[in-house]
Design a protein around this ligand. Structure first.
Ligand SMILES: Cc1ncc(COP(=O)(O)O)c(C=O)c1O
Length: 371
């Protein structure tokens, strides 16, 4: 065992660090009894839209719902195609299928782990309606070439920003770059609720109005259902918690970046590949992922020493049993498949102590070749 055990993330430490503010916010919801939507959610929507640099934020019950409703609001459905990547959490692809459209996959750039813009045009057909890049691990995709291709072919761009709260592309925040952006506030995210949560940000008032209706049974007024909608509303408690946490997000992103830099420095002469912050990026390190040839032995060694890790993700979506009918076999996306066999995510959370950082590094360094 290492001298101390290190969890992959520590939500208790974060709660302790902001307890009085959170407890007061929860108490406000209890006092008002606005348990679904309500004033706390509305105030978070306003603050998060302005944080992202978007005109509107529509708060929902998950990031998956955000993707689903963004695609519906764009009018994308049966017979349409949406271009996305196989190296992502399954929701990016699943949400396209929810609305009846077909996901068309393109490989990632092996350095950024995000959509390779050079592969997009070959995947466009007359049925393509949108490009859905995923800002994986807290780093945006290479958005300018993606936006240029979209403009040339009259396609929408929907950002999957579920892992990228506060990330920037050439100074522009995730959430304000494409036509719409979809966020998850799952508890472990950089901006995490105390339950499920998600949101769409957009500066297009028509999309915003449609998504507001769709999240609440398609009502334009009480019991008048203009659209066939869903129950995708955000809960009052989640809005209250997120409103508090948003005020700390930039400080937490900076803490994540400085831990990532320490890791990079301490692993510089080791036979593992550390993450690359691309020239366009302000990376917020939702996930700090190494590449290691013998990932599984390194992972077992860390686990035996009490260091918790993650693998994001061990199998690309096109090889998952549930998505075989997309008809992409092994070998279809070599960079995604190689990444899935090599990636290993180390513990990284803003409250990490130097003792925890050093314990992780000692165990990694003891189990890889150093130059
Ligand atoms: C890239 C990506 N897209 C979409 C989602 C879905 O978000 P949620 O779990 O809130 O539905 C996630 C969440 O894990 C994600 O990481």
């Amino acid at each position: 065992m290492a001298d101390i055990k290190v969890p992959y993330l520590d939500l208790k430490a974060q709660y302790q660090s902001i307890k009085p503010e959170i407890d007061a916010a929860i108490a406000r919801v209890l006092d008002s009894c606005q348990f679904v939507l309500g004033a706390e959610v509305a105030s978070f929507e306003k603050d998060f839209a302005s944080y992202c640099g978007a005109a509107e934020c529509i708060a929902l019950n998950s990031g998956t719902s955000a993707l689903h409703l963004a695609l519906l609001a764009a009018g994308i459905g049966p017979g349409d195609e949406v271009i996305t990547v196989p190296f992502t959490f399954v929701a990016s692809v699943a949400a396209v299928i929810y609305g009846g459209a077909r996901p068309v996959l393109v490989d990632i750039d092996p350095r950024s782990f995000t959509m390779d813009p050079a592969l997009i045009e070959a995947a466009i057909t007359p049925r393509t309606k949108a490009i859905l890049p995923v800002h994986l691990y807290g780093q945006t995709a290479d958005m300018d070439p993606i936006l240029q291709i979209a403009r040339r072919h009259n396609l929408l761009v929907i950002e999957d920003a579920a892992q990228a709260h506060g990330a920037k592309y050439e100074g522009r925040r995730a959430g304000s770059i494409g036509d719409m952006a979809c966020f998850s506030f799952y508890p472990g995210k950089n901006l995490g609720a105390y339950g499920e949560g998600g949101a769409v940000t957009t500066s297009n008032p028509d999309y915003a109005r449609t998504i507001r209706m769709l999240r609440d049974w398609g009502q334009d007024r009480k019991y008048h259902h203009l659209l066939r909608g869903y129950n995708y509303r955000m809960e009052g408690f989640q809005g209250a918690v997120l409103g508090v946490k948003l005020r700390h997000l930039d400080r937490w992103s900076e803490a994540r970046r400085s831990i990532a830099q320490k890791y990079n420095m301490l692993l510089a002469n080791c036979e593992v590949e550390t993450p690359t912050e691309m020239p366009w990026a302000y990376h917020v390190y939702h996930v700090y992922t190494l590449r290691a040839d013998d990932r599984d032995s390194l992972n077992s060694a860390l686990s035996a020493e009490g260091i918790q890790t993650g693998i994001h993700y061990p199998m690309p979506v096109h090889l998952q049993p549930a998505y075989r009918d997309l008809s992409y076999g092994p070998g279809a996306f070599p960079h995604s498949e190689k990444a899935a066999s090599q990636v290993l995510s180390l513990p990284l959370f803003p409250e990490m102590t130097d003792a925890q950082i050093n314990a992780v590094m000692r165990v990694v360094r003891a189990n890889v070749h150093t130059g």
